[in-house]
Every structure is written in C-alpha cells, then in structure tokens.
Write a protein that binds this ligand. Structure first.
Ligand code: GSH
Length: 241
C-alpha cells in the first residue's frame, strides 16, 4: 500500500501543494491503491512534500516518485507518446516547475495580502508570542528560495512578464487539444494542472492570475482536469458554468 504525505486541501484547492497534486494525480492515473495523509517536511526524506511510503520504501520528490512507481509497477504514464513527444513533455514540465511555479509562488508568499490570508494562517494555532516570528521565518525562507532560483531578483512587473511568457507557451502547446500531449491525460498534465489551478484559484488575487484567466483554453483545461480527478471538489469555474 502506498501512503502519500501531503499538505491537504485549502486555498480553494483540493491540495495546497502543486507538487503533491502532481503526485496525487499521477497515482490516480496509475490506478495504484494509495492513501493520502497529512505530512510533515521535517520527517520527509528530502525535507519537502510530497513523499511516499511504499511498503516501507520511502521516496521523496514528485519526479522520483513517478520514476519509482513506473519502474516498480511496470507502468508508463506517457504510454502512446513518441520519443519526441516525451522529450517535449519533459521540457514543458521543466518550464512549469522551474519557472512558472516560482512566479506563481512569488504572488502566493510575497504579496502581503495573499500571504496574510493564506500561508500566514498556518501558524494561527501557535502560541501568540511566537506567531509573527514563525510567519516571518516562513516568508524569509520562501523568499530566499525564490531569489536563489533567480525569479526573486526581478521586479514584480518583470515577474508577471516572465510568468506570462510561460502561460502563452502553454496556451500555444495546448491549443484546442483536451490535454497537453494526447487526447487523454499523460504525466505532464499532472503538474500543469497543479500549477495552473494554484494560479487560477480565486482565493488569491494576483496580476498573474488575471493573465492566466485571459487564456480560455487553459481555464477550460483546469476545469477538465478538476472534473476528471477531483469531481467532488467545489471548483469555482464549475459553479460558474
Ligand atoms: N522538486 C520537489 C519540489 C517539492 C516542493 O517544493 N515542495 C514544497 C511544498 S509545495 C515544500 O515542501 N517546500 C518546503 C521546503 O522547500 O522547505 C518535487 O517535485 O517534489
């Protein structure tokens, strides 16, 4: 039995973390029996979520988790894709994780209003005298990471511009197709969905969310993935339809 260690639902999303979403969706795609529990970074093999415990085998990082389940259970989440399509899927995934995800994260953590209504609330249960220090510590740590990858060195407007380029690229790649690489979801759709849903959730306002909302095909794509993998989740786009 596989146990997925996750952040859990929140911010209008079925799962707070785009990377946990990626693994959860890929586990659903695989058809493997699994359970999801709340995890803790301190006890995770790579000090990040997601990680899985597969019958005592601990695997950290969404990409290594996918490789593990594909190898161990003889699965291929990109079945039917050509070698060239697989190469493109890998490049798209790297763009989403290494660039778009950070620009999205910037507005979740560095925008004061978004931080206050979102991540800051994780410390509501901490002793009052420690609360602000813990909140500031999280914000500083996330900003150090965003700066280390380069995105945090740019102005807010430049970060919107960078994220917009990735959104335009995804719009072009998806076009009128139902999923990024095929007429059914493949591995890369899991992270594309996770990051785009995190950007489009109405819980947070940001200039990048408004950019994403301009792309009708990406908005419909998130709704399609939500319908397929989280049909019970009250996603606002479903309500509006
Ligand atoms: N490369 C990792 C990224 C995972 C990741 O960034 N997880 C975040 C939650 S969304 C986390 O645990 N961050 C805590 C930290 O970096 O200290 C993966 O693909 O799993």
């Amino acid at each position: 039995m596989i146990t997925l260690y996750a952040m859990g639902a929140g911010f209008g999303l079925p799962e707070l973390s785009p990377y946990v979403t990626k693994t959860e969706v890929q586990l659903m795609m695989s058809g493997l029996k699994h359970q999801k529990v709340l995890g803790n970074r301190e006890t995770a093999p790579k000090n990040q979520l997601p990680w899985i415990d597969d019958d005592g085998e601990r695997v950290g990082d969404s990409t290594f988790i996918r490789a593990h389940i594909e190898r161990k259970y003889d699965l291929d989440l990109d079945a039917g894709l050509s070698t060239r399509d697989r190469a493109q899927a890998w490049a798209i995934e790297r763009m989403i994780e290494n660039q778009l995800g950070w620009t999205s994260g910037y507005f979740r953590f560095m925008d004061a209003a978004n931080f206050a209504k979102g991540p800051a609330r994780w410390f509501d249960g901490a002793p009052e005298e420690m609360r602000e220090t813990l909140r500031q510590g999280l914000r500083d740590a996330v900003f150090a990471n965003i700066r280390a990858v380069g995105v945090g060195r740019h102005s807010r407007g430049e970060i919107v511009w960078l994220g917009t380029l990735s959104l335009r690229a995804l719009d072009e790649i998806l076009g009128e197709k139902p999923y990024l690489m095929a007429d059914h979801p493949t591995g890369v759709d899991a992270i594309a969905f996770g990051v785009l849903a995190g950007l489009l959730t109405p819980f947070f306002d940001s200039p990048l969310r408004r950019e994403a909302e301009r792309h009708d095909n990406l908005v419909a794509y998130v709704e399609r993935m939500m319908d397929r993998f989280y049909p019970a989740h009250p996603w606002r786009l479903r309500e509006a339809a």
